[in-house]
Design a protein around this ligand. Structure first.
Ligand code: 13P
Ligand code: SF4
Length: 333
């Protein structure tokens, strides 16, 4: 174990050890998970095979609820860093592992804590609502966290006369502002995947597939949201494809979600919304796709890399997440 610890995981971000070819990696992951009382939580944007091995696949809200409630001793987080960090904050007594420490998030990075603290100081007396796609430091500066599933309800839960700062996603913030009519000061952050969709190319595709419905995540830019037939979180988009009577969908969010859509609706057609640059695989979140079966295997075997956070920081950040979970619980009843 010490040999592995000395391999400078912090530089590479993962355990770069080959897996013996004779090993059945799926069976080994299942065996280690059983023996170590571990749980694998995966986001909808993960590779299909990673989603298929997980104990729970879901959106950011569902994943944080699972992390808060699990009886497992070890949580292996097949997602990005802020998600694993949120799990650690909610379950500090558990070992939280992430198969690659470099699995970040461009949206979380677009909100540096020192700049955000200065921004917050410019608007005294405002209630701070931050999207879960933020670092623990931002969560510690936040009054209440939201996800794309509950952002609308979280904003509506704030009394009408209270002023709001919304961070860090400008598209989600503008979308929520347009629906609620609430005055909000919005941080100018964005996600590298959701700002890459091309309205022009989506409309061309729609002409070719006149019967297709456009469905979009609220992190997309306003022109995309205007033409969308349905806007929602990953869970909401998935549920729409299940409950809707249409047969074809142009999907404006990260491509990983198509795996569950196809599984749930084998008779329907799903077309990834095209990005502005036709030569790139911009529908893939480069951070989400850093997680692989091999990395999950090594992570379970060596119990590394582990998420470690300062206890005081976790204590400061926890309140904003717990407030969101409490509101969500009340809404789900
Ligand atoms: P969801 O909460 O809808 O799963 O979204 C998470 C995310 O990172 C979107 O880019
Ligand atoms: Fe972050 Fe965008 Fe990746 Fe979601 S898709 S994890 S917002 S970089």
């Amino acid at each position: 174990m010490n040999i592995v610890k000395n391999m400078k995981i912090d530089k590479k971000g993962f355990i770069d050890l080959d897996v013996d070819r004779s090993i059945d990696i799926v069976e080994e992951i299942k065996r280690m998970r059983r023996e170590k009382n571990a749980v694998i939580l995966a986001h909808f944007y993960q590779e299909g095979e990673v989603q298929d091995i997980a104990d729970f696949v879901g959106d950011s809200l569902g994943l944080s609820q699972q992390a808060a409630e699990t009886k497992a001793d070890i949580i292996v987080f097949a997602g990005v860093h802020f998600m694993a960090e949120t799990a650690k904050i909610l379950a500090p007594e558990k070992k939280v592992l992430i198969p690659d420490l470099q699995a970040g998030c461009s949206l979380a990075e677009s909100c540096p804590p020192d700049e955000f603290a200065a921004f917050k100081n410019r608007y005294p007396g405002h209630t701070v609502i931050s999207y879960v796609n933020t670092t623990a430091e931002i969560k510690a500066l936040t009054d209440i966290i939201c996800t794309s599933t509950n952002a609308l309800e979280i904003v509506r839960s704030i009394p009408e006369d209270e002023k709001i700062i919304f961070a860090p996603d400008r598209n989600l913030g503008n979308y929520i502002r347009s629906i609620t009519g609430r005055e909000m000061v919005i941080w100018e952050g964005a996600c590298h995947v959701h700002e890459e969709f091309s309205l022009e190319r989506i409309l061309e595709l729609k002409k070719e597939h006149i019967d297709a419905k456009i469905i979009a995540h609220p992190e997309c830019e306003k022109p995309i949201l205007i033409v969308a037939d349905h806007i929602g979180s990953t869970t909401s988009l998935l549920n729409f494809t299940i409950n809707d009577d249409g047969m074809k969908y142009i999907v404006a969010t990260e491509s990983g979600i198509l795996h569950q859509m196809k599984k749930a609706n084998p008779q329907k057609t799903f077309i990834p919304a095209p990005p502005k640059d036709s030569t790139c695989a911009c529908n893939d979140c480069k951070y989400m796709k850093l997680i692989s079966m091999k990395k999950i295997y090594n992570t379970l075997k060596y119990e590394l890399p582990e998420i470690t956070l300062d206890v005081k920081l976790m204590d400061k950040a926890r309140g904003s997440i717990v407030r969101m979970l409490d509101i969500s619980k009340r809404l789900q009843k």
